[in-house]
Design a protein around this ligand. Structure first.
Ligand SMILES: NC(=O)c1ccc[n+]([C@@H]2O[C@H](COP(=O)([O-])OP(=O)(O)OC[C@H]3O[C@@H](n4cnc5c(N)ncnc54)[C@H](O)[C@@H]3O)[C@@H](O)[C@H]2O)c1
Ligand SMILES: [Zn+2]
Ligand SMILES: [Zn+2]
Length: 376
């Protein structure tokens, strides 16, 4: 079938993207789904910093590629081997397909699926196939999703069926990345307990979702850090008990003093090495620092080795919020319905597909939380 998609033609691209226009709206050919694949009509697709990192070259991926990995939609057609999904089902996309058979999958850590990560790196579906074509040229898939298009063919293992007829697609899409990554980092990776203290460093869509997770977990001290005063003000409205601008000098000493020696859990969601360093410094003795931002592949951090030992520090990475999507996406939707995760507060605005380059300029300048492309 013919689809309309935003295609990344070349990377890296320079901002402002409204001028360089790295995403080109054009008609592509989309193959029918293979036996274990589904055709989804996209309802909405969010703009995440991980998409921006492919555009600006911080996360190199093969081109041409249709970006967009945070999305929700409606099943249109299922492959011949699929028995547990039907046309009309609503699905949330998950950006790490899972094979169910590799060691991390068998251990219950599907976010680390080895064939899934390999397929994502190559820009192909789990089957190894590419279903997108531009004349004679194959077009790569992004994270097995490629949702900046009115339709997508994805692996059965890239979607989670949800009972959510009443939730607008623009909100449902956010559960695919921002909510899985942010809320999951706090609930699954950190395992925050009621009454504990949490710091969130970096307050984009993912960081603010983590903040909502900290509130839901019953954290009583929630420290929020960002470079933007607007985001700090929103964090305060959403439940942060202390807010700090990261541009200030001597910040780690101040936060340690204000929190009586640092926080139980500090989560970095900025995608910048200095943010990770701050998160480490404001973690208390015996506490844990979790990093979930994705900086450029060349970024490195150094740790004071004796301090890791003598303070019994834990440092952990968190990919896709250490989520089990089949368990956690429906769980987070239930929490949203119960008023425990006001995810709608992360939505800055909706936009049309042909406004997407301008949307990435706003994200690049830190002037939006989550913007979501909606399809009719
Ligand atoms: N681990 C995962 O599975 C996963 C999934 C999705 C996104 N990510 C990554 O998470 C990060 C956040 O994504 P997002 O979409 O929310 O991005 P975003 O651009 O919306 O937000 C990033 C925020 O970090 C702030 N920031 C930058 N440098 C900072 C510093 N030194 N100190 C404090 N704050 C700082 C910015 O002002 C901005 O508000 C990105 O690196 C993204 O690639 C990781
Ligand atoms: Zn994302
Ligand atoms: Zn696997």
């Amino acid at each position: 079938m013919k689809i309309r998609a935003a295609v990344l033609k070349a990377s890296p691209a320079q901002a402002p993207f409204a001028e360089s226009r790295p995403l080109v709206i054009e008609e592509l050919d989309l193959d029918p789904p293979g036996p274990e694949e589904v055709l989804v009509r996209i309802g909405a697709a969010g703009l995440c910093h991980s998409d921006l990192s492919v555009i600006n070259g911080n996360r190199p991926r093969p081109v041409p590629m249709v970006l967009g990995h945070e999305a929700a939609g409606t099943v249109v057609q299922v492959g011949s081997a699929i028995r547990d999904l039907a046309p009309g089902d609503r699905v949330v996309m998950t950006f790490q397909p899972t094979c169910g058979a590799c060691l991390p999958c068998a251990e219950g850590r599907p976010a680390l699926c080895i064939p899934g990560a390999e397929a994502n790196g190559r820009g192909v579906l789990m089957s190894g196939d590419m279903r997108l074509h531009d004349g004679g040229t194959d077009v790569h898939h992004h994270c097995g999703v490629s949702a900046y298009a009115d339709h997508a063919v994805v692996s059965r293992h890239s979607v989670v069926r949800v009972d959510a007829e009443d939730i607008p697609f623009a909100e449902l899409a956010l559960f695919g990345c921002a909510v899985q990554t942010g809320v999951g980092a706090v609930l699954n990776t950190c395992r925050v307990q009621p009454g504990q203290s949490v710091a969130i460093v970096g307050l984009g869509g993912v960081g603010l979702a983590a903040l909502l997770g900290a509130v839901a977990a019953g954290a009583t001290e929630i420290v929020a850090v960002d470079l933007s005063d607007d985001k700090l003000a929103l964090a305060q409205e959403l439940g942060a008990t202390r807010i700090y601008n990261a541009a200030k000098d001597g910040l780690s000493d101040r936060i340690r003093a204000d929190t009586g020696g640092g926080v139980d859990h500090a989560v970095e969601l900025a995608g910048a090495a200095p943010a990770f360093e701050l998160a480490y410094r404001i973690t208390r003795r015996g506490g844990q620092t979790v990093t979930a931002g994705l900086p450029a592949p060349t970024a490195e951090f150094r740790l004071p080795a004796v301090n890791v030992v003598a303070d019994e520090r834990t440092v952990k990475g968190s990919y896709m919020g250490s989520c089990v999507p089949q368990r956690d996406i429906p769980r987070f939707i239930r929490m949203y319905r119960a008023g425990q995760l006001p995810v709608d507060r992360l939505l800055t605005r909706t936009l049309r597909l042909d406004e997407i380059n301008e949307g990435f300029d706003l994200l690049d300048r830190g002037e939006a939380i989550r913007q979501v492309v909606v399809f009719d």
